[in-house]
Design a protein around this ligand. Structure first.
Ligand code: NAX
Ligand code: K
Length: 499
């Protein structure tokens, strides 16, 4: 799904109105109907008054239409109209259509507005038309909502929220944001979840021809994108058809990282896997993952040298390796000889940052930093938007695929695109979750998926497996990394649409 900016969305609205063609009032009705459908799903009980706060632009017009539609479904409605100098035509027309039975208060000063925790609050004050930070009474109204509302549902975007740049002033902090047609870029950045709450996208049928031709570096991966890329397992296949991966992982006390990665790699379908580890990790590994072969380092407690890497289809390095000097030198050597596609994670990335080796990263590698590792590689970012720019730069610089892990993991490719991932849940913030992802991506890369495909599929399946594990038997608190691997089979089945 494409992520368009606010200007492009305005153009998409205008294109649809002209070319579908559809009257702008009818498009507003479609948007309001889509919002109402989602609202009713979220709040099926009609025991609380719904207080709708409307501006006089088209976001406010949506608010008026939603008031009428919810009223028709027997919700108790109260409306506050924030009076300003101008109003749009569609706002005015929806005001005329408003049933007389709905109480309407005209608000001139913020102090006249009363927001109650007993009610459900719908924020229809300002939407994507925001063109400056909130100030004066708009700011005070947002503060009143934030202070007193318990459930705030924003129409399209929370009032004061910037779709495509940092939100630097006050904005409404919504419980849910029901947005039209496209997720906004800002929804995908960690610092903005306090404004958007849980967000969802309601389709409003904007013109497909416009969406098709519009260019954007940003997309959100959907199930249909995954299905297109996943290859079926061949009936006459043998293990040699699915690659021989190498995992260079583990140190004394961190054999678990190697185990988690190795298991996930095999569960993703790699034909063969050899794990290079220090001697003290070998018993744990062989016992926990008997399907993997082990290749011992001459050092007992940490990794110091590379194994034979000939005829390997993918090489992952990093989980649990630590940063001992010999291990650092081993990484330096691996970057130099790079005999097969590399997947660089965890301490391998920390070593690259410590030794200033970004320039040595072989083209076509996959890097999987979390926020801390990313910071060590490219320095502090002011906000999520600047971090995205740094992500794109690092990908172009290294000619590699960079997976920035977190909620909505962002996958950057050297051509400047960023693909966000929507699967996964907060339970995944747990020890070993990243090691599991490295294993999954390595398993895919080893089966000859491209670097981009491996990263996109891997991140999607990793999140989906965690979602299934959480739905079936775990909670966000109880989810641990091995649950993710355990549910990979169901994730594959769901992604392939077999279930
Ligand atoms: N254009 C269309 O055809 C559609 C628009 N829709 C709705 O329309 C919204 C956009 O509507 P508008 O473009 O009318 O804009 P808004 O309703 O977001 O804002 C209204 C006006 O407020 C003013 N304003 C901007 N920033 C302000 C600030 N900080 N303080 C005070 N006033 C400020 C601007 O002059 C702006 O035009 C979307 O978010 C969506 O809810 C939907 O109905 C779908 C169809
Ligand atoms: K709004």
């Amino acid at each position: 799904m494409k992520i368009l900016n606010a200007k492009q969305i305005r153009e998409a609205d205008a294109f649809t109105i002209k070319n579908e063609p559809i009257a702008s009032l009818a498009l507003m009705e479609r948007a309001s109907t889509a919002f109402t459908r989602e609202f009713v799903r979220l709040f099926p009980k009609k025991d609380r008054t719904v207080h709708i706060i409307c501006g006089q632009g088209n976001n406010g017009g949506d608010g008026l239409a939603v008031a009428r539609l919810l009223f028709a479904q027997a919700y108790r409605i109260r409306l506050s109209q924030i009076i300003s100098e101008n109003s749009t035509d569609d706002f005015n027309k929806n005001l005329e259509r408003l049933p007389k039975e709905i109480p309407l208060e005209k608000i001139r000063f913020a102090t006249e507005l009363k927001v109650s925790p007993e009610e459900i609050t719908i924020d229809a004050l300002l939407g994507s038309g925001l063109n400056r930070p909130l100030e004066g009474r708009y700011l005070e109204i947002a503060e009143e909502i934030n202070e007193n509302a318990t459930d705030t549902i924003a129409i399209d975007v929370p009032t004061g929220f910037c779709c495509d740049a940092p939100t630097e002033s006050v904005a409404v902090k919504a419980t849910y944001t029901i947005s039209f047609q496209f997720p906004k870029l800002g929804f995908l950045l960690p610092e903005n979840s306090k404004f958007t709450g849980k967000w969802l996208v309601a389709e409003i049928g904007l013109h497909p021809e416009f969406i098709e031709k519009e260019k954007t570096p940003y997309t959100l991966t959907e199930a249909k994108d995954i299905r297109k890329v996943l290859r079926p397992r061949e009936h006459f296949a043998y293990k040699g058809d699915y690659g021989h991966a190498t995992l260079i992982a583990g140190a004394f006390g961190k054999a678990g990282a190697a185990v988690l990665s190795a298991k996930a790699c095999l569960r993703t379908g790699a034909g063969l896997l050899t794990v290079r580890c220090p001697e003290k990790c070998v018993d744990t590994l062989q016992f926990s993952v008997p399907e993997a072969m082990c290749d011992l380092d001459s050092e007992k407690e940490f990794l110091s040298s590379l194994p034979d890497l000939s005829k390997k289809s993918a090489i992952a390095v990093g989980p649990g390796i630590g940063t001992a000097l010999d291990t650092q030198n081993m990484i330096g050597e691996l970057l130099r000889i790079s005999p097969a596609p590399l997947i660089l994670d965890a301490d391998a990335l920390n070593i690259i940052a410590m030794r200033d080796w970004i320039d040595k990263i072989p083209e076509g590698s996959i890097l999987t930093p979390h926020l801390g590792e990313f910071r060590r590689l490219v320095g502090e970012s002011r906000d999520g938007f600047q971090r995205l720019e740094k992500l794109r730069e690092l990908s172009a610089w290294t000619k590699s695929v960079i997976v920035l892990k977190g909620a909505f993991s962002a996958i950057a490719t050297p051509d400047g695109r960023v693909r966000f991932n929507g699967t996964g849940n907060p339970g995944m913030a747990t020890a070993g979750s990243g090691d599991t992802l490295t294993g999954i991506i390595t398993g895919l890369r080893s089966q000859n998926y491209s670097a981009e495909e491996s990263a996109v599929l891997g991140v999607y399946l990793h999140g989906l497996a965690a979602d299934i594990a959480t739905e079936r038997k775990q909670s966000y608190e109880s989810l641990i990394a091995s649950d993710i691997t355990e549910h990979l089979g169901l994730a594959f089945q769901k992604a392939q649409h077999l279930r």
